[in-house]
Write a protein that binds this ligand. Structure first.
Ligand SMILES: Cc1cc2nc3c(=O)[nH]c(=O)nc-3n(C[C@H](O)[C@H](O)[C@H](O)COP(=O)(O)OP(=O)(O)OC[C@H]3O[C@@H](n4cnc5c(N)ncnc54)[C@H](O)[C@@H]3O)c2cc1C
Length: 403
């Protein structure tokens, strides 16, 4: 094997996890709970990942999965429960009570709080090893039974080499794991051709549920994050410059796109995040290469249209963590063999839902009368057909009996 280290003999761990997001930290926690040693390598600092704002809506099955693994105590004590969402279009409001239909709900818990809980549990409670601020992570010999990972240590500036049996590639959409896949790996991509201005407002939520504004000017969304902070979205051209959106323009558009008869005005506040996301998805198939197993956004990106990405990251992490524990404990290797296929069934289902929902959100603002007409047909069906309502609730909550 080639030497990739300039600081002595390589260390050895059964599993190296690249990335300390929800996927990587959940895998790490599952391994540590089973007494399996692992090393997490994270490019950013601990303070940074504990504050990076992103997701907030978590599905009930995902929370129960965390709970079963002893990872949801704080979440269960602090998260809000949501049982309804509201569509606003043609100047009217339409409440959709999915909790009543299914008996299930969403948990609203900001991603940075979940990451904080998971890091604390992994590093402080379960004694897991983690290196923050690592640079230039490289994966080696993945197609052999003795892969390794090298990186530049943040403190010493020296290259370190870690030998292992498996590498979990949990390094998100811009990580290194996906870049080492061979050309035979399929990466299916979908570009919606739409941008969203993603905003965080230091303002209390203006409704007790998620709001979807379907408006000829473009989609607008409202999602509570905490009693003091609300996430808003505004559809905009892809690649738009956030600086084109002044404070006044943003609030004027939010009021207009989310306005409906009989609703109080939105509560305004300072905007503490303002960035443009270009809506695109991809799916890597298979999610494995030799001893490398991808999990979360490194394997599949789901634009925040349907609030599914973190849920899928957790689903992958549960399957991968359990399969690694079973394999390394010599109980059973079949979980690793079937890992990619088992993940991808739910991934593709969520991708399809995201595409369906995108048309509902963006059809009326497309400038195409035909798409606007079919968008309204979809919305009317949701509120007139119990079968359509049940199907939507199942996809919105991710509660299908099988994927
Ligand atoms: C605005 C917004 C809103 C969203 N809302 C929702 C929602 O409501 N519900 C939902 O389910 N999802 C939502 N998502 C998606 C969700 O945030 C992601 O799907 C989720 O973060 C994926 O988790 P992950 O662990 O796979 O990746 P990440 O959270 O991206 O974690 C990957 C980690 O790897 C690290 N890393 C990257 N490269 C390297 C490297 N080379 N070496 C070492 N470390 C590296 C990164 O710093 C990061 O900490 C939203 C996303 C955005 C942007």
């Amino acid at each position: 094997m080639t030497s990739h280290s300039n600081s002595g003999a390589p260390r050895r761990f059964p599993v190296v996890i690249v990335g300390a997001g929800p996927a990587g930290l959940t895998v790490g926690n599952i391994l540590r709970a089973a007494g399996v040693d692992c090393l997490v390598l994270e490019a950013e600092t601990r303070a940074f990942i504990e504050q990076r704002p992103r997701a907030g809506v978590i599905e009930e099955w995902a929370v129960r999965g965390l709970q079963r693994r002893g990872l949801a105590d704080t979440l269960l004590a602090r998260a809000q429960l949501h049982t309804e969402c509201e569509f606003r279009f043609a100047g009217e409001r339409f409440r959709f009570g999915y909790g009543e239909l299914t008996g299930q709900h969403h948990f609203v818990y900001p991603q940075p709080l979940l990451v904080t809980d998971l890091v604390h549990e992994y590093a402080d409670a379960r004694g897991g090893e983690i290196r923050f601020g690592v640079q230039d992570v490289r994966l080696h010999d993945l197609e052999t039974s003795r892969p390794s990972v090298s990186y530049t240590d943040a403190d010493t500036g020296e290259r370190q080499l870690v030998e292992c049996e498996f590498v979990a590639g949990c390094d998100g959409a811009r990580g290194v794991s996906r870049t080492v896949l061979p050309e035979t790996t399929h990466i299916a991509r979908h570009d919606y051709g739409i941008g969203w201005l993603a905003l965080l407002a230091e303002a209390p939520p203006s409704s007790d549920c998620v709001l979807f504004g379907i408006h000829p000017n473009g989609f607008a969304g409202h999602m509570a994050r905490s009693p003091e902070v609300t996430r808003y979205y505004l559809e905009c051209p892809p690649g738009d410059d956030p600086e084109n959106w002044s404070h006044d323009r943003i609030w004027a558009e939010l009021h207009q796109r989310l306005g409906a008869d009989g609703t109080p005005p939105l509560t305004e506040g300072p905007l503490i995040e303002k960035r443009v996301l270009d809506m695109h998805n991809y799916v890597v198939e298979p999610m494995t290469y030799g001893r490398l197993f991808l999990a979360g956004d490194s394997a599949h990106l789901t634009a925040p249209i349907a609030a599914k990405g973190m849920n899928l990251a957790l689903h992958d992490a549960f399957l991968l963590g359990d399969a690694l524990v079973a394999h390394l404990g010599k109980d059973d290797g079949s979980g690793l063999d079937g890992y990619s296929e088992a993940c991808l069934r739910r991934v593709w289902d969520y991708q399809e839902f995201s595409q369906w929902l995108s048309e509902v959100y963006h059809g009326t603002s497309s400038g195409d009368e035909y798409r606007a007409g079919t968008t309204f047909a979809r919305l009317r069906r949701l509120f007139t057909s119990p079968a359509a309502a049940a199907a939507f609730a199942e996809q919105y909550l991710g509660t299908a009996a099988a994927y």
